[in-house]
Design a protein around this ligand. Structure first.
Ligand code: PGA
Length: 241
């Protein structure tokens, strides 16, 4: 694992956007795996700035987001489709049909999962997968106990995850209980993984990810077995290494 320690959130965002741009420039039809949450927001902002300066085009880029809540439509401001449209897709030149987010607003989530997995497999998986990490070690919405062999699937959200994400909703009750997520195996098939971490709150999770036992009880620990992982983090998040 390569670990890049930077001063703060802005530096992390800037550096990670540079890596994404490099990937887009080096590969003909790049496939990016994307994440939501607070951590990558700054990076998306930097990508938009670079696009506006004509430093990057998303015309040939295909994206797959990691996850989506079950039961929320793309028009719901708490859905990850909405987040991605607002934070990136609508601000750059990506053809929107190339920008995939699982459809959480479906009566047949199992079918949605199988189709999503097939779409990713058919393009040869992500060239670069962006990840964050949950306090409980989740990557995507793969909560503790998820099989390392998992493909795109539906999961029950951990109570701790619902509580962590309740800040975006009016109340905890409104936070969905299920999500669709790429599986651990799907994520591990990416050519390269870029994990972003910021803030002291994440320090313990980062330590377990890098130095802890590899166990399904802490899903991110599997990244120790991937041969091409870069962690870009700020001093606070990397302080326990
Ligand atoms: P965060 O979420 O970026 O909002 O901290 C990360 C995650 O839960 O995977």
């Amino acid at each position: 694992m390569e670990i890049v320690k930077l001063k703060g959130y802005e530096e992390m965002s800037q550096k990670s956007s540079e890596l994404v741009i490099k990937t887009i420039q080096e590969i003909d039809n790049p496939v990016l795996g994307l994440a939501t949450g607070s951590t990558p927001e700054g990076m998306y902002g930097e990508l938009i700035k670079a696009y506006r300066k004509n430093n990057v085009s998303f015309q040939n880029v295909t994206t797959f987001n990691l996850d989506e809540y079950v039961g929320l439509s793309g028009e719901d401001s708490n859905s990850y489709r909405y987040y991605m449209n607002e934070k990136l897709f609508h601000a750059v030149d990506i053809p929107i049909e190339h920008a995939h987010v699982p459809n959480g607003d479906t009566k047949t989530p199992e079918k949605e999962c199988a189709e999503y997995e097939k779409l990713i497999r058919d393009v040869g998986y992500a060239d670069l997968q962006i990840l964050g990490i949950g306090l409980n070690g989740h990557i995507g919405f793969n909560e503790p106990g998820t099989s390392f062999d998992s493909k795109t699937h539906t999961i029950e959200l951990d109570e701790s995850t619902r509580q962590a994400n309740a800040r975006f909703f009016n109340s905890l009750e409104e936070v969905p209980t299920q999500a669709i997520t790429m599986g651990i195996d799907t994520i591990m098939k990416s050519n390269k993984i870029l994990l972003l971490v910021s803030g002291e709150k994440k320090a313990e999770a980062v330590q377990k990810l890098v130095q802890g036992e590899i166990t399904e009880e802490f899903p991110a620990s599997i990244l120790q077995q991937h041969t091409n992982v870069v962690i870009i983090g700020d001093e606070a998040a990397l302080s326990k290494l």
